[in-house]
Design a protein around this ligand. Structure first.
Ligand code: ATP
Length: 445
């Protein structure tokens, strides 16, 4: 496992993730995704959406507004209780999450100075809606995407004619004014969440809770994470959120000092949210059960993961250093669905216009099918190293011989094996390798 610094440096050097507003000295807890980072993040979100929405009959998606009527946050309990305990060091002025200090600790863990008493701090970002602050409605940037789902429960259920059990999924930005940020993109003040609220009949909630834990665990493994770096940790009674009857975290073993920490939480929220929004809005959000002819308030199972934490984990888990012919090779063994660039087309000689022309033509033919790039900015050895380091699955190399025999070399990122393939077959060969499909045949024939 690499240390965090190695990943931070690779992410910066290779265009995955940059500190937010860096030329002005940055802003704590805000990060910008560069050209490769945005591809990685989009691929993570696409893989999640495919597994959670598109491949299932029982889940549909929404994309709700980030700013909501402040009454939403009153009813959900966030306005009063989305708080974290905070303690300051009177000597070095450092700020700490009091719940992350040792029990009963009254001195600063960094300098030994005296700590203030614990104060509670609401971590929602306040803002106002309307042009004149004094007359405006004050609300908050959403600290989770879940509430945008609950307030649309009835809209979605009736328009899509959904019967219990069914789920509503959403991917979107969330904002928390975290007391302490850090560990790169592990804890940010602006981040993205991937959440499902899965509505079930009371009584079937425990069964669905177990099924979602299993599904989500398998999703992470299916995208290549090593099982030894993942674990499921049930919350203790003292840790559980007030609305949850049960909760587990899927945790990843991050580099020290972080160690095992949450990647995704799966909670049984019971009927807390729909019942509170019914009370707060005056709109009955119960569900009419056609079979029993009764109104029930659905229970909710919530798998909730972070896109940024996922990106960090996939980068950490994929990072490998190995010795190849006496030299260090760094390779990101990202799952093929996640790799930002699938194929790089490289001319062996960039000063031979005929070679360059063929390489550019192959890249152009690949682009409609998969994310391919052309690169001639360095010698072939350096180009391979760069592509390995960003996790590109295959490199296609065009050499002088290609002009005669109309063949090119395809190099595999993981095995470094090279095969010679007719130029006319390159697109089909690579599509078959990357999509695991026989081109020209449908999957079931
Ligand atoms: P933590 O205990 O780490 O603060 P949490 O229990 O508050 O997390 P949830 O409210 O369960 O987190 O949020 C669901 C998911 O959203 C988390 O599993 C995580 O992946 C992501 N997430 C939460 N807070 C942050 C943050 N500040 N930065 C990045 N991702 C976050």
């Amino acid at each position: 496992m690499p240390d965090m610094e190695t990943i931070v440096s690779l992410a910066k050097r290779r265009g995955f993730i940059f500190p937010g507003s860096e030329i002005y000295g940055g802003l704590g807890g805000f990060w910008d995704y560069g050209p490769l980072g945005v591809e990685l993040k989009n691929n993570i979100k696409a893989a999640w959406w495919k597994a959670v929405v598109q491949e299932r009959d029982d889940v549909v998606g929404v994309d709700a507004a980030i700013l909501m009527n402040p009454a939403v946050w009153q009813s959900s309990g966030h306005a009063d209780s989305f708080v974290e305990p905070l303690a300051d060091c009177l000597s070095c002025k450092k700020r700490f999450r009091a719940d992350k200090l040792a029990p009963g600790q009254t001195t600063c863990p960094e300098c030994g100075g005296e700590l203030t008493a614990t104060r509670w701090f609401n971590t929602m970002f306040k803002t106002f809606v309307g042009p004149v602050e004094a007359d405006a409605i004050h609300t908050w940037l959403r600290p989770e995407t879940a509430q945008g789902i609950f307030v649309n429960f009835q809209n979605v259920q009736t328009t899509m004619r959904k019967k219990l059990p069914f789920g509503i999924a959403q991917i979107g930005k969330a904002f928390r004014n975290e007391i302490v940020t850090g560990n790169f993109i592990f804890r940010d003040r602006e981040f993205e969440q991937m959440e499902v609220e899965y509505f079930v009949k009371p009584g079937s909630d425990e069964e669905w809770y177990r099924r979602w834990i299993e599904d989500r665990w398998n999703w992470w493994l299916g995208l290549g994470l090593r099982a030894e770096n993942l674990r499921i940790r049930p919350h203790g009674e003292d840790e559980k959120a007030h609305y949850a009857s049960a909760c587990v975290d899927i945790e990843y073993c991050f580099p020290e000092p972080l160690g095992w920490a949450e990647l995704e939480g799966i909670a049984n929220r019971q009927d807390y949210d729909l019942a509170h929004h019914t009370a707060g809005s005056g709109k009955d959000l119960s569900y009419f059960d056609e079979e029993t002819k009764e109104h029930v308030m659905p229970y909710v199972i919530e798998p909730s993961g972070g896109v940024d934490r996922a990106a960090l984990v996939f980068l950490l888990d994929a990072y490998h250093e190995e010795q190849v012919r006496g030299e260090k090779r760094v390779v990101l063994r990202l799952h093929k669905d996640l790799a930002p660039i699938k194929v790089a087309v490289l001319p062996l000689l960039r000063n031979r216009p005929e070679v360059v022309a063929v390489a550019r033509q192959i890249a152009a033919r690949l682009k409609p099918h998969l994310n391919a790039m052309y690169d001639d900015t360095a010698s072939i050895g350096r180009l391979y190293r760069r592509q390995d380091e960003i996790g590109t699955l295959y490199c296609v190399t065009v050499d002088v011989q290609s002009l005669d025999d109309q063949q090119v070399t395809i190099r595999d990122r993981d095995t470094m094996e090279q095969i010679r393939v007719p130029i006319a077959a390159v697109v089909d060969v690579l599509r078959a390798k990357i999509t695991n499909q026989q081109i020209g045949k449908s999957a079931n024939c």
